[in-house]
Design a protein around this ligand. Structure first.
Ligand SMILES: Cc1cc2nc3c(=O)[nH]c(=O)nc-3n(C[C@H](O)[C@H](O)[C@H](O)COP(=O)(O)OP(=O)(O)OC[C@H]3O[C@@H](n4cnc5c(N)ncnc54)[C@H](O)[C@@H]3O)c2cc1C
Length: 480
């Protein structure tokens, strides 16, 4: 028999929901999670983890082939079946038993079913067998329902058995040919993964790859994909799609056609808020939920935050990334405890209970070949935000540590400096194995470390981190 009254009710057991509930329980409150599918959510089963497993083995093979001495030892091809078996190990055959065990050990309640708000601090749960349970929250309800793939309204799309990221990350075997609509992170990562499996891939990306990143990121990723044999069609849009025998035919607006065994649409995300009872608390259904920096939902009308309702993770559209979702969840769980127990709320920028970094210090890695690792603002975004900036670029291939990593290493780094404060507000690295450089840049951005002090953070020789020294030397030494 499930208790019907809890301090906190969380709808959705993805990374956001799990972490809100965990922090609330650690703070002494009771919490229950309502989950309609698998505890662990998208990241564990259909997103971060399977996609990265699908990318890693071919990437390691390419790295070995790029290195004299190792290259000669690589005599075989990628074992695609073994890669997909490894993917299945990571996704536990789509069983969430271990995550449910963790919830239990953390003292978090779980109710399976679809949750809907039915009024202030009230949630009804319809279980798979149709039973309806009414829950009440003493303090807070957190909506952590995530996002799903956005399928674009292209003529004929409803008649075609399209892949979204879910099918692309869970396929039992790779298709011989794959067309991908989209040029964002999911599109380029899946193009890289399937090209590694030997699939003939065509990417259809109207406005180029990785828009929103520094322009050289998309350009270098495009070169990398083309080197893997991927065809990139930019400047064209699909006008219609249809099934034609065993193939999907995509007609483009320049009159050409792309045919493939499978079609992946990777054109963005849509919030899981369609059937959530938002209307019962005066909010509109179907849209992204706007929050304040303590993750409380902003109400319709007066625009004040609703004091008991939180939206955490993808569903609030602040930053659709697992690590930012968890960061928000730590802030939200802790502030729910503080508000419930009469504790002090620390809600000024960079305080304990706010997700300040979401605005201008979001780190992101795109696991392509080359990788793209970025944090903070691009030069264009910084200019648009009114910063007086100086941009410093440096060729990563000329760093000793990089030249050791691969023969003919190529890559690029960009540092965006806020001249008025002499601090870094954006950094982008593109190249093999740049992902692990990113945290140093994130610390510099979040810590607002003055450039004069960064001169004293000496990178070890010969490592990739020497890129820091070269960027600072190119900028010129500021006076302390
Ligand atoms: C292909 C792909 C690769 C990605 N790779 C990365 C990566 O490498 N790194 C990274 O940081 N991010 C990555 N992301 C993004 C990351 O997966 C998401 O940001 C993250 O999973 C969102 O977590 P969440 O908790 O907000 O939502 P979700 O994980 O979507 O969880 C929401 C949960 O709520 C449940 N739910 C929804 N509605 C209801 C309801 N009414 N009642 C009950 N339960 C409900 C759902 O079943 C789900 O379990 C990737 C995304 C994709 C698509």
């Amino acid at each position: 028999m499930i208790e019907t009254e809890w301090d906190v009710i969380v709808i959705g057991a993805g990374v956001a929901g799990e972490n809100v509930a965990d922090r609330a329980v650690q703070g002494g409150l009771t919490a229950i999670i309502v989950e309609a599918e698998l505890v662990g959510g998208e990241c564990s089963y259909w997103a971060c983890m399977p996609s990265k497993v699908m990318l890693r083995s071919a990437s390691a093979l390419r790295a070995a082939r790029a290195l004299g001495g190792a290259r000669e030892a690589v005599t075989g091809d990628l074992d695609v079946a073994a890669v997909l078996a490894r993917r299945d190990e990571f996704t536990h055959g789509y069983s969430d038993d271990s995550q449910v065990e963790w919830l239990d050990s953390a003292g978090i309640g779980l109710i399976r079913g679809r949750g809907r708000l039915t009024g202030t601090r009230a949630v009804s749960v319809t279980s798979p067998d149709g039973t309806v349970t009414q829950l009440t929250a003493r303090h807070a309800v957190a909506i952590c329902t995530g996002s799903g793939a956005l399928v674009p309204g292209i003529d004929g799309i409803d008649t075609v058995d399209v892949w979204t990221s879910r099918e692309a990350t869970s396929a039992a075997t790779p298709p011989a040919t794959l067309a991908i609509i989209g040029g964002g992170v999911v599109a380029v990562e899946m193009a890289t993964a399937y090209a590694g499996f030997g699939t003939e891939v065509t990417v259809i990306a109207r406005s180029g790859l990785l828009g929103g990143q520094e322009p050289f990121a998309g350009e270098l990723v495009q070169e990398g994909l083309e080197a893997l044999g991927v065809t990139i069609r930019t400047g064209v849009s699909p006008s219609s799609v249809r099934t034609d025998g065993d193939a999907v035919s995509v007609m483009l607006d320049d009159g050409t056609e792309v045919r493939a065994e499978k079609l992946l649409v990777a054109t963005g995300r849509t919030p899981n808020t369609g059937d959530l009872g938002l209307d019962t608390v005066g909010l509109e259904s179907g849209g992204w939920l706007t929050t304040d920096d303590t993750l409380r939902v902003i109400g319709a009308g007066d625009g004040d935050p609703i004091d008991w309702l939180y939206a955490v993770g993808d569903v609030n559209h602040r930053a659709l990334l697992t690590h930012q979702d968890k960061y928000q969840a730590r802030a939200a769980g802790d502030v729910i405890v503080a508000r419930a127990t009469g504790g002090t709320v620390s809600d000024s920028p960079w305080g304990t209970h706010v997700a300040t970094a979401d605005h201008q210090a979001v780190p992101q890695v795109t696991f392509t070949d080359p990788e793209v690792a970025s944090v903070g603002l691009t030069a264009t975004a910084a200019e648009e935000a009114g910063y007086d900036i100086r941009v410093v670029d440096f060729d990563l291939g000329s760093i000793a540590g990089a030249s050791l990593l691969a023969d003919g290493y190529t890559g690029k780094a960009r540092m965006v400096v806020d001249e008025s404060r002499s601090v870094i507000i954006g950094m982008t690295f593109v190249g093999q194995d740049v992902a692990e450089l990113l945290q140093s840049a994130t610390i510099a951005v979040v810590g607002e470390v003055p450039l004069a002090r960064l001169w004293h953070a000496v990178p070890a020789y010969p490592t990739m981190s020497e890129i820091w020294l070269r960027l600072l030397e190119t900028y010129g030494r500021p006076t302390a």
